[in-house]
Write a protein that binds this ligand. Structure first.
Ligand code: MD6
Ligand code: FE
Length: 215
């Protein structure tokens, strides 16, 4: 257990959201320094950028990737690609600290043996939102997704299997980890517009790492 200096949640708690989905409060806090250092190294090489949707609009979230595969969006659609389209080089390697955290979090939530090959890095600034969507560009839905929240808090929308299902609102804080898979793997979800603020570790933004087995 860790002192909860900046947040209001009970670190170490496991909050079930649905069958196959849970929030692990503060699970990433003990690895905070390693995660932040690795995040800085990755984004120095592959800077977050606002990708185009297939419809030609610019997403409000700033995105980058590390690992063998990276999630991208452009006029041709959504997909995973082994190279960064900005400079046509491979995405930065998945940091060992990301791999280790993801495996431990997945196991804690009932999914042992998780080995992600893709990590999408989402950076939110004040006002940035992510509309309700399903994560369905991965080849195999058997593996769970591990999602790590860093920086400013956000309200996460956790819906059902249909877009119109009324979502739960879950407050996610620095160090919280959401794991979802199994019967929840294709639930709709999103993030409400980020409220302005300053976080001691990351300043005026929220960063979310979503680790997946994509290929
Ligand atoms: C975010 N997360 O929290 C966006 N997707 O910034 C996601 O889109 C997400 O947190 C699948 C599983 C967990 C997630
Ligand atoms: Fe998602």
């Amino acid at each position: 257990m860790h002192a909860d200096l900046f947040g209001t949640h009970a670190n170490g708690a496991v909050l079930p959201l649905a069958d196959g989905a849970a929030v692990l409060r503060g699970f990433a806090l003990r690895d905070e320094a390693a995660l932040l250092a690795a995040l800085r190294a990755v984004t120095a090489r592959a800077p977050p950028r606002r990708m185009l949707t297939p419809g030609g609009r610019r997403m409000s979230v700033w995105m980058s990737n590390c690992g063998e595969l990276g999630w991208i969006s452009d006029r041709h659609g959504y997909r995973y690609a082994p190279r960064d389209p900005l400079d046509d080089t491979p995405w930065p390697r998945m940091p060992a600290s990301f791999l280790s955290l993801a495996a431990r979090a997945a196991a804690r939530a009932g999914f042992p043996g998780f080995l992600p090959d893709a990590c999408l890095i989402n950076r939110y600034e004040a006002g940035t939102r992510l509309s309700l969507h399903q994560d369905r560009d991965e080849r195999d839905f058997a593996a769970p997704i591990v999602s790590v929240s860093l920086g400013l808090p956000a309200l996460f929308l956790f819906g059902g299997m249909r877009r119109g299902d009324r979502p739960q609102r879950v407050a996610l804080e620095h160090g919280d980890v959401v794991v979802w898979g199994g019967a929840s793997r294709l639930r709709y979800h999103g993030v409400l517009p980020l409220q302005p603020g300053i976080h001691p570790a990351l300043g005026a933004c929220r960063v979310n790492l979503t680790l997946r087995k994509a290929g």
